[in-house]
Write a protein that binds this ligand. Structure first.
Ligand code: SF4
Length: 67
């Protein structure tokens, strides 16, 4: 299983992800984006997922394996 997340060390707070996909991404008071709907995020696959991850200019939208 993979989990989508925003790498806090890479996110520069441009909010591009929030603007293009507000159902999946939220924007925190710390000035960083986060994945607010993990369930929805996990339903995005293939090319859509690729597009989602590459829209971030600093490559902060990432995936990790969860056991
Ligand atoms: S697009 Fe990338 S840098 Fe911009 S808010 Fe989203 S995760 Fe952060």
């Amino acid at each position: 299983v993979k989990r989508l997340y925003v790498d806090e060390h890479r996110c520069e707070g441009s909010q591009l992800c929030v603007a293009s996909c507000p159902e999946v991404f939220g924007f925190g008071q710390d000035g960083l984006a986060y994945v607010k709907d993990q369930h929805l995020a996990s339903s995005i696959k293939g090319e859509d997922l690729e597009n989602l991850m590459t829209l971030c200019p600093t490559d902060a939208i990432r995936q990790e394996d969860v056991p």
